[in-house]
Design a protein around this ligand. Structure first.
Ligand SMILES: [Zn+2]
Length: 389
């Protein structure tokens, strides 16, 4: 049965939702902003992808490290393609793919976000090994993991059935050309979302060259279709978006309680190195910290839920202490929305665009009332975050 929020969402296109929200944002900004600030907000427009401004940092707490874009070898024939990032670098939405080299082909774990990062990953892999990709496993359906599928032209593509279903749905409305986005696409490339053609629900193991690669289902956690790749010989885990290190976790399609449980389960595995979907390489300690982000947020959000505060007002009030400097702080709003949906028993696998929009508007109204313009979040930035496929 459709829930009221789903009905509301289906009556409006995502673009309409965001435009409506942007109007409200400008309205709330008008409460306090002078003409210059209004002009700045207006000039941003509702649909442009915004560079994330440097977050308001608190020197009391640790700052994320900076890390480079590189193809890093982790073990014989095992590589991670790390996207560069760090404080002030807007790369929170660009994911880290992995690569395992066999004797005659390469296996990719995720395909990156668009033509520029996907082709850079493919070229770096070819340069390092002299080989081409023959298999690609998508860890889940989000665009920064599957949008590059089209560039793996001779590879068989695999995923969990939920991931494939979501990609098939999204492919129907995927634009024919890439928009120009710095670091993602020139804007001249043809675009096509290629869904996985092979699905598997549970464990699947590849023996590639001398490397055993165990794909393990982890969902529902970050999404309802999460796959991770575990390499027992080297104690390496490619966790996909089950792991965000130093980057605020993105929970638009998540079941946060189960996600924390998966992190706790991994703590008992024989793992030394974890390649996260976002952020620098880490291990169990970093994964436990990400789970703690959700625990701390859950405690703070629950107090306000019990006090009948709305998710947007709650998000505007919550401080996360040592997590406040993590990259992508605006994700706190969607994460509070997801916690509330769990407690209301209204959680579904789908992203609730209307609820996040309402929460963002309310969040901005609170910040406007406090004259904290710098902490307001353009809805266009939330739109950029809401584009999973
Ligand atoms: Zn994701």
């Amino acid at each position: 049965m459709e829930k009221p929020n789903d009905l509301g969402t289906s009556r409006l296109s995502r673009r309409e939702v965001i435009q409506a929200g942007a109007g409200a944002l400008l309205g709330s900004a008008a409460i306090l902003a002078g003409a210059g600030e209004m002009a700045r907000l207006s000039a941003q427009g509702p649909a442009a992808v915004q560079a994330t401004p440097p977050p308001a940092t608190d020197p009391k707490y640790p700052m994320p490290p900076a890390w480079n874009r590189e193809l890093r070898q982790l073990a014989p024939n095992v590589y991670a393609y790390l996207q560069g990032g760090g404080p002030g670098v807007s790369a929170a939405g660009v994911s880290n793919p992995g690569m395992i080299a066999g004797s005659d082909y390469l296996l990719a774990i995720d395909a990156a976000q668009g033509p520029i990062p996907a082709n850079a990953f493919i070229a770096a892999s070819k340069q390092a090994t002299g080989k081409d990709f023959g298999r690609l496993v998508n860890t889940h359906h989000h665009g920064d993991h599957v949008n590059g599928n089209q560039f793996f032209t001779h590879a068989e593509i695999l995923s969990h059935p939920y991931c494939r279903d979501e990609c098939v749905k999204a492919a129907a409305t995927t634009p024919k050309m890439w928009d120009k986005v710095p670091g993602v696409a020139e804007g001249t490339e043809q675009r096509k979302l290629v869904p996985p053609s092979v699905t598997f629900k549970d464990d699947l193991t590849y023996f590639i060259g001398g490397t055993e690669v165990q794909f393990k289902f982890a969902g529902p956690a970050h999404t309802w279709g999460d796959m991770m790749a575990y390499l027992p010989q080297y104690k390496i885990l490619f966790a996909g978006d089950v792991a965000f290190f130093w980057v605020a976790p993105y929970a638009n399609n998540s079941y946060i309680t189960k996600w924390i449980e998966v992190c706790d389960k991994i703590a008992g595995w024989d793992v030394d190195v974890i390649v996260p979907g976002h952020g620098p390489i880490g291990g169990k300690k970093e994964l436990a910290e990400m789970a703690n982000y959700f625990r701390v947020l859950g405690v703070e959000a629950r107090k306000r839920y019990d006090a009948k505060m709305s998710p947007g007002a709650a998000a505007a009030e919550i401080r996360l202490g040592r997590f406040d400097n993590w990259i992508g702080p605006e994700r706190l709003i969607m994460d509070v929305v997801r916690w509330y949906e769990e407690w209301d028993s209204t959680l579904t696998p789908d992203y609730n665009a209307m609820a996040v929009r309402e929460a963002t508007i309310e969040y901005n109204q609170v910040k406007a009332g406090q004259k904290k313009v710098s902490e307001m979040i353009p809805l266009s930035r939330m739109e950029a975050l809401a584009d999973p496929c």
